[in-house]
Design a binder for this molecule. Structure first.
Ligand SMILES: CC(=O)N[C@H]1[C@@H](OP(=O)(O)OP(=O)(O)OC[C@H]2O[C@@H](n3ccc(=O)[nH]c3=O)[C@H](O)[C@@H]2O)O[C@H](CO)[C@@H](O)[C@@H]1O[C@H](C)C(=O)N[C@@H](C)C(=O)N[C@H](CCC(=O)O)C(=O)O
Ligand SMILES: Nc1ncnc2c1ncn2[C@@H]1O[C@H](COP(=O)(O)OP(=O)(O)OP(=O)(O)O)[C@@H](O)[C@H]1O
Length: 470
């Protein structure tokens, strides 16, 4: 029997779960589900429809809990057979969960990854349209990975996923917290609601699960108070179970000393920006707890092939730098731009290309603008996922946050904007293309359309210029 939560997709013989959602109530569609062939209706509150013959109606205290139970059982509770890593927080989820899956696979056994970069495991792809998939596809995919040989899975746990109980039947062994800064306020309304959603992850851990928490983030400290698993910490600014000190930045990466249980481990990495140091501490601490050799893990940090769309540097031997990054929150803008201005040696001018998403939390636009004029030398504003807002209006709102006289321009077409930024770069300058990373679409006023990705577009722009200058 198939499980279904959308009456429009019900097929003959399905079990339909009525979910009271954020916009609509699935109970209102039970009748349509029956018309489409549903034979079992699982509901949690009374409905205006009459019972129909041949259909079984079951009332439960929570349809989401029942759905979790059913989807996990139907798939043989895959997470109980896998070592499960989950990463939550505003930024860093993909970077950390992706790295965990790669390093775990090398040293211990196949580890699948599920998240924004797309579900994958050693050459296989799994179709997951959301960062944290809905309950039914999540359980199905974990089981598929298990059948494909996975011993572990590393997944991103979004705040939407937590509040909508998408991971309600996932038996986590390791839970990582990165940070909590402004995002998704269109949905959560305020930071406290947003934190409460994230905290669900740590309130529901089994006692043997390990929580690896960034305690330099004030919300990390709050997690310690409510965590039901074994609380462990990582930090740079204070003592922690896994701590970094003596950080040295170079044009090509960073080095630091990792301190754990009084022992010091020298680390070098090609990853850039201080936030990646936090990400590496989280990966090292978690994999150490998972039984990998810490020295093996650290050795892997020395050269990390770029994580798609994250600090992806375009190198054709040109005398200026071009980096594409998926920064899309004020915190990541602030940390990235601060790093390039103050910590990255040898940079002359900073030129940025970016926009901001439409129909989401619009409050961050002025903040983006403020950071540009605080840290950079020139900004080109362009279309991003503007949805039903005009791209120019979004750009004007970013510009409103800039200091008076800060030089910037608006070029609507994203590829042209990237080309213009590359064309104006002089020796020693850096062009930062921010916001979309490797994503292959732009969500505009006419809906989603194909976009080659900032990474591909920036590569073409550099090649075009080199071609012209031959
Ligand atoms: C805003 C949001 O999070 N929506 C999620 C939510 O849907 P909802 O509660 O809004 O659903 P609803 O429209 O109110 O409908 C309620 C119920 O009625 C049913 N229905 C509705 C109409 C109908 O004709 N028949 C019918 O049966 C629906 O199928 C649903 O079961 O619950 C659904 C089932 O779990 C999710 O698929 C859906 O994710 C949508 C697709 C989505 O785009 N979510 C995004 C915002 C999201 O989750 N993003 C996170 C964030 C990532 C990050 O940090 O960047 C992610 O994990 O991807
Ligand atoms: N620990 C961190 N703190 C702040 N910013 C970070 C951190 N790690 C990465 N970033 C920034 O956030 C961007 C997105 O990183 P990443 O994809 O790992 O985060 P995420 O939490 O998975 O976000 P999403 O689910 O939206 O992809 C990066 O391109 C970088 O600019």
């Amino acid at each position: 029997m198939n499980l279904c939560i959308d009456s429009r997709k019900v097929q003959e013989g399905d079990m339909f779960f009525c979910i009271d959602g954020s916009a609509l109530d699935g109970h209102d569609f039970a009748e349509q589900a029956v018309d489409n062939g549903a034979k079992v209706i699982i509901y949690e509150h009374d409905m205006p429809m009459k019972d129909q013959e041949g259909v079984i109606y079951i009332k439960v205290p929570s349809t989401l809990d029942a759905l979790n139970e059913a989807a996990a059982s139907l798939n043989g509770w895959p997470s109980k057979h896998l070592t499960m890593f989950g990463v939550t927080g505003t930024n860093g989820k993909s970077s950390i969960s992706y790295l965990i899956s790669k390093i775990y696979t090398k040293y211990k056994g196949e580890c699948g990854y599920l998240g924004t970069i797309g579900g994958q495991m050693e050459g296989k792809k799994y179709d997951v349209p959301l960062t944290t998939p809905d309950i039914i596809p999540l359980q199905r995919t974990l089981e598929e990975m298990r059948r494909d040989g996975a011993e572990a899975a590393s997944i991103e746990v979004s705040s939407h996923g937590l509040i909508q109980k998408r991971v309600g039947a996932v038996d986590f062994d390791y839970a990582i917290f990165t940070n909590l800064t402004r995002e998704h306020l269109d949905y959560f309304k305020n930071m406290e609601n947003y934190f409460q959603a994230k905290s669900l992850f740590f309130r529901n851990l089994k006692p043997t699960a390990v929580a690896m928490v960034n305690i330099d983030d004030p919300y990390g400290k709050r997690i310690e108070e409510l965590c039901t698993g074994k609380f462990m910490s990582y930090a740079i600014e204070q003592p922690a179970d896994y701590m970094a000190k003596d950080i040295v930045y170079s044009p090509e990466g960073m080095s630091f000393t990792l301190v754990h249980e009084g022992k010091e481990y020298p680390v070098t990495t090609n990853l850039q920006v201080t936030y990646n140091l936090y990400n590496l501490l989280a990966v090292a601490g978690t994999l150490d707890q998972a039984g990998l050799n810490l020295e093996d893990v650290i050795r892997e940090f020395e050269y990390i092939p770029s994580i798609p769309g994250r600090m992806d540097e375009i190198r054709f031997g040109q005398d200026y730098r071009v980096i594409v990054d998926y920064a899309h929150t004020d915190d990541s803008y602030n940390k990235l731009l601060h790093y390039v201005r103050h910590d990255l040696p040898g940079i002359k001018r900073i030129i940025t290309v970016s926009g901001a998403p439409g129909k989401r939390d619009a409050g961050n636009r002025e903040i983006f603008g403020h950071y540009f004029s605080q840290y950079c030398d020139y900004s080109i504003l362009t279309e991003e996922d503007c949805r039903d807002e005009a791209p120019k209006k979004v750009a004007d709102e970013i510009a409103a946050g800039m200091k008076d006289g800060y030089p910037h321009e608006y070029i609507e077409n994203r590829a042209e904007a990237i080309q213009a930024a590359v064309d104006m770069a002089q020796p020693g300058d850096i062009v930062l293309v921010l916001g979309k990373g490797a994503e292959k679409y732009l969500d505009g006023t006419t809906g989603k359309r194909y976009w080659e990705g900032d990474d591909v577009s920036a590569r073409k722009a550099v090649q075009n210029r080199l071609e012209r200058e031959k």
